[in-house]
Design a protein around this ligand. Structure first.
Ligand SMILES: Nc1ncnc2c1ncn2[C@@H]1O[C@H](COP(=O)(O)OP(=O)(O)OP(=O)(O)O)[C@@H](O)[C@H]1O
Length: 306
């Protein structure tokens, strides 16, 4: 896959406030990347650097092979951006707003209707944006970002203000864009909902990149235990120790349910034991470390005294 965005050794401060420190990362065609980090970690600054709205103090940024901060950034039309706080002229209708942005981007006006339909605003296209709910304005923002079939989409906190059904339809659109070969960067705090949606996770903390990989890769690096939850026919502590093969490495959730924290190296042997005829196991769930847990792990490792 070709790189669409390359950030190399980028540092950026606002006066004396360091915002991004020596960050290197590349985004590929057809890839959906989650950019996660605490408030103030530098996510928006990284996005603004990719958009060319600000220049790095040092290092280079390339988007679709060009410097986005250069005067003649021809690739701008192939770049879509949804800001963290969308704000529109409240007096214009949804259709007028999108047509305005289509003219700016030199996108044919006859694509506006289909885009409004795609984000579920077709029925409200002739209403003033001032009457829209927050979720509707967010969807109008998304439609604006999708104008002109961009190859790179930078979406800052895109699901803020969307209810669960709208979030689902938002991720359906992201999946379509991915299938169409677009790069989609999602900056977000909503870690749970990103599981299974992002191909790769980039974690930033205080301006520095502290982890970058697929969830599976991050799990392998973090080596956090997998939680195995078993339901038992009878729950004698002695028999549990016997079939698990060690003492006390489990906790009781309720009368018949136990939780075992399995290290990656012992996961399979524990599952074999649980499936053996000696074990009184009637049901079993395996929960690998969540993105929330991985995030806490990487941040914790960063903050721990050296
Ligand atoms: N225009 C600015 N002037 C001065 N400092 C700024 C400016 N913009 C951002 N910062 C500072 O740079 C750092 C990174 O901010 P940034 O907005 O990139 O973080 P973020 O990860 O997007 O945060 P959030 O999740 O709250 O949006 C913070 O310390 C912030 O206060």
């Amino acid at each position: 896959m070709t790189d669409t965005v390359d950030v190399t050794g980028v540092t950026k401060s606002y006066g004396k406030v360091p915002a991004v420190t020596d960050v290197t990362c590349s985004l590929k065609e057809g890839e959906t990347i989650a950019l996660v980090g605490h408030n103030g970690a530098g996510k928006t600054t990284l996005i603004k650097l990719m958009l060319g709205l600000i220049r790095p103090d040092s290092g280079t940024v390339r988007v679709l092979g060009e410097d986005p901060a250069a005067g003649q950034f021809a690739a701008r039309r192939r770049l879509g951006y949804l800001p963290e706080n969308v704000s529109f002229n409240m007096a214009l209708t949804g259709r007028e707003t999108l047509s305005f942005y289509a003219r700016l981007k030199r996108v044919p006006l006859d694509t506006v209707g289909a885009l409004l339909e795609r984000v579920g605003l077709a029925g409200a296209d002739d209403r003033r944006v001032g009457t829209y709910s927050k979720g509707m304005r967010q969807r109008l923002g998304l439609a604006q970002a999708l104008l002109g079939r961009p190859r790179v989409l930078l979406l800052d906190e895109p699901t803020t203000g969307l209810d669960p059904a709208l979030r689902r339809s938002f991720y359906e659109i992201v999946a379509e864009l991915r299938a169409d070969g677009a790069t989609v960067l999602l900056s977000s705090h909503a870690l749970t909902e990103l599981e299974g949606k992002a191909d790769r996770v980039v974690i930033v903390n205080r301006g520095a990149k502290i982890a970058d990989g697929t969830i599976e890769e991050l799990r392998q690096i973090a080596k956090l235990p997998t939680r195995i939850r078993v339901r038992l026919a009878d729950c004698e502590a002695g028999t549990v120790d016997d079939w698990i093969g060690r003492t006390g490495a489990w906790k009781r959730v309720n009368g018949h349910v136990l939780e075992i924290d399995a290290e990656p190296s012992e996961k399979i042997s524990l599952l074999r034991s649980a499936a053996s005829s000696d074990a009184p196991v009637v049901d079993l769930d395996v929960a690998p470390p969540t993105l929330d847990e991985l995030y806490a792990h990487f941040l914790g490792a960063e903050e721990a005294p050296q």
